[in-house]
Design a protein around this ligand. Structure first.
Ligand code: NAD
Length: 490
């Protein structure tokens, strides 16, 4: 049995936590008195299965089971982590903590999803206050990596370290606040923006849609990749941050914003916001909007993955962490059995790889095979350092056969066989499976090149030796079905 997490309160946020834990291989136990909790979490899990596994390029561990329990005592027995996500009412949370103290193992971390309360408010009067800390996530919890970790002096350093390690192991980024404040960092910031938006609607300056457009067509895109300070540094031009502040600092003294004033939430204002929001987004159900949001987030994060930047760099680090458990290796010398085709990919199909037919689109088959070829190159020593030194392989020919469909979130495996590995030549045959199903085969011919002359040239001896080793080991396998077939031949 895998590691166990308990989810106390399984609404929007608790459901997101349940999905993140379960899809990262944890057993999840849910306590929520709402009889609808099972259905609601099931729907969140469904969205999460489509989107989270394909964020990275390495398959997540086997999904853990999510079970529902009638008592807190049953849900939290044997857990390493308890995540409280009950409604945002201090009296209710304190009641829940008092009960948790009676049943949660002393070693476990109890994280609270609270958006606004300070950990000291949650810890007050508890038998073991050191167990409780704020672990404030962002919706959708299964996709967004940020979690604000807020602690007090009551939290033992070792427990805080363990909390960070567990959250990191879920692919999250624990931002450990230097000290507790109301609403932590991100919500304090978001509230300022929200306040301004309410004024703009109230004063008839902009509709909800116009405000959203102001964000998503402009600074929202910048924020997603560089945040605020790095963006402004770049905006300052070559002179950087100091120049930026000198130029725009005086504006802060002008009454551009409403500062701390909050518009009164009159019925008229609420009606205006709700009506404008209906006009803007009413054509879609909330579930549809969630799926649109998830697909967009996956696309943005995978673009950042390619650039090794921001949330994408974080995902790459997570991939490296889980890679050993996935069975992938980085060098031929690490292979236990040379005689079989080499596992060169074990990944889930990203949401952004689907086409209008609802299955993996053809160009992504080539992307998956190309990534697998890159891994094989890395495994024979043609890695980033070698390429920086001026040698590499160029693909000169590819033949892909599409034999079966692949769907979002489905785990695909690619095994690569070296047909010819000799001198400058590398001839590969790859098979892509989803479980037992053969989805596709890819046959590729590559030539080793000198990156300076851009012409074919022999590889370095250690690269050729590793390739030959594989080619010789694979030579005794029967010819793969489909090898050398022309277009249309089945
Ligand atoms: N919604 C967000 O965007 C967001 C983001 C970050 C953090 N949070 C925080 O997460 C927490 C939960 O918010 P939510 O949006 O998921 O609310 P929600 O209303 O969707 O879910 C709350 C769940 O708690 C359950 N519940 C009520 N009493 C309970 C009890 N005594 N024991 C166990 N379960 C109980 C309810 O049945 C419900 O399913 C709040 O503290 C909130 O501040 C919310």
């Amino acid at each position: 049995m895998g590691r166990i997490a308990a989810i106390v309160g399984g609404g929007v946020i608790g459901g997101g936590w349940a999905a993140r834990f379960a899809l990262n291989g944890w057993q999840v136990r849910v306590f929520d008195p709402d009889p609808e909790a099972g259905r609601k979490i099931g729907e969140v899990m469904e969205n999460a299965r489509l989107s989270l596994p394909g964020l990275g390029n390495v398959a997540l561990p086997q999904e853990g089971a999510v079970t529902f329990h009638d008592t807190i005592a049953e849900a939290v027995a044997g857990t390493e982590w308890v995540q409280e996500s009950v409604p945002e009412r201090l009296d209710l949370k304190q009641k829940v903590y008092a009960e948790l103290m009676a049943h949660v193992p002393g070693e476990a971390v109890i994280g609270s999803s609270t958006s606004g309360y300070k950990p000291s408010e949650l810890q007050a009067g508890l038998a073991r206050p050191g167990q409780v800390m704020v672990a404030h996530p962002f919706n959708p919890v299964y996709l967004l990596p940020l979690v604000e970790l807020v602690t007090t002096d009551a939290n033992e350093a070792a427990r805080v370290d363990r909390a960070k390690e567990i959250l990191g192991g879920l692919g999250m980024y624990p931002l450990h606040l230097r000290r507790e404040i109301d609403a932590h960092v991100a919500d304090r910031f978001l509230e300022a923006v929200w306040r301004e938006a309410l004024w703009l609607v109230r004063d008839g300056i902009a509709t909800t849609e116009e405000i959203d457009n102001a964000i998503r067509y402009g600074f929202g895109l910048r924020w997603a990749q560089m945040g605020l300070f790095e963006t402004y540094r770049v905006a300052g031009g070559e002179a950087g941050m100091r120049h930026f502040i000198a130029q725009f600092g005086p504006c802060l003294k002008w009454p551009w914003t409403k500062l701390m004033d909050v518009p009164e939430l009159t019925d008229d204002l609420i009606d205006a916001i709700a009506d404008q929001s209906d006009a803007q987004s009413g054509a879609h159900s909330i579930r549809e909007l969630e799926r649109i949001r998830d697909a967009n987030l996956v696309g943005i994060m995978r673009a950042l993955y390619r650039e090794d930047w921001g949330a994408g760099a974080l995902q790459r680090a997570h991939d490296s962490r889980i890679e050993p458990a996935s069975g992938l290796v980085r060098h031929v010398d690490e292979l236990h059995d040379l005689s079989q085709p080499v596992l060169t990919a074990r990944r889930a199909v990203p949401l952004e790889w689907l086409d209008y037919n609802g299955h993996m689109t053809e160009s992504r088959y080539l992307e998956a095979f190309a990534d697998a070829t890159d891994r094989l190159m890395q495994m024979i020593g043609c890695d980033a350092d070698y390429i920086a030194g001026g040698g590499s392989y160029f693909t000169t020919e590819t033949h892909i056969r599409h034999l079966d469909e692949a769907r979002a979130g489905e785990v695909i495996e690619i095994r690569t066989r070296v047909i010819v590995g000799q001198g400058k030549k590398m001839h590969l045959f790859q098979e892509m499976h989803a479980g037992e199903r053969l989805l596709s085969t890819g046959e590729h011919f590559l030539l080793h090149v000198n990156l300076e002359t851009r012409r074919s040239a022999p590889p370095a001896p250690h690269v050729e030796a590793a390739l030959v080793k594989l080619a010789e080991a694979h030579a005794s396998l029967p010819a793969p079905e489909g090898l050398g077939k022309g277009i249309g031949a089945r």
